[in-house]
Design a protein. Sequence first.
Length: 386
Amino acid sequence: MQFSEKRNVTRWIIIIASFFIVTLILWNTYIFFQIFKNDERIKMEVWAEAQKSLINADENTDMELPLKIFSHNSTIPIILTTEKDSIISITNLDDEILADTLAAKAALLDLKRDNEPIIIEYVPGSFRYLYYGNSTLLNKLKYYPIALVMIIVLFGGVVYNFYRSTKMATQNKLWAGMAKETAHQIGTPLSSLIGWLEIMKADNVDETTVSEIEKDITRLQTITDRFSKIGSEPVLELIDIVKETKESFEYLQSRFSKQVQFSFSAPENPIMININPALHSWTVENLVKNAIDAMRGRGTLGIVIEQDSKSVKITVSDSGKGIPKILFKRIFEPGFTTKKRGWGLGLSLTKRIVEEYHKGKIRVLQSEVGKGTKIQISFRKPTEKN
């Protein structure tokens, strides 16, 4: 049995054992509640007999025992009524209730819901009804299972969050390690390519060919730089986000099919934002590639940069298949993908770059199935303090 399978078995054993323990506690609480409830019923039956003895007492009757029984009941609320629900006396309730007819009737209804009445036949054919509620102790015991369940749910939530955060931290370390190792592995052949490029320049190879190869090598260097930054705090620079976005956009435009119509719209003046150039270009690349995949390599793709006094917004729109509204948030979750191939990491990585590294926001601004999607990134403009 593999380690992961053993861990899953252990986890299920713990869950089942916890469920069994909780069930046992709740069942014992219920048993205790019923025992106490039966004990109070017996006390009320004795109280009813004492009441009957008191009503039928004469000069020779010893009143010490009935009075002692009455005095010992200080917790159970009681209302004694006639057959027609006319209240005769109230015990262990506020005296003001007896004076207030509506309050007395409300209290009587509450006691009727708590327990079945005890019928006192003090003379043949004449009855009184003893209604009683639960004692303070019994009421506390009644709510104990609810409090216990709430504590267990809270504890379960804490354990789940701890497990989830630990799992995510482990995954993040794994991905960061893999990313850094990838950057290291790319570095060796990249150095050789740079050497071969210099040889091609020395041999006077066609300048256009050399220029295009040089662009691709520069791109590989950018990709290596991106992967090396995963798992570490990137350095942010105050640079023109319009220029950086446009450069990434134009590079991608030259690498994709002419069946995709590209458009770019942005203010003419520079917009200075604190970003990491390598990670920002990765963000643009992920969004553009995702849009082209949604259009299946054919359609209209545009980037629009807008600004206001506090923020700058970058909107990437496409004419692809669209996203159902129910999936607007799920598309940014790691592993979520609608494609047959792919690991579902592009948009989740983009979200992390935008929100964790650049303290920005990313969301699906608008989408309609069959018509296209708009995804918007927003960054705060730096203040004078920053």
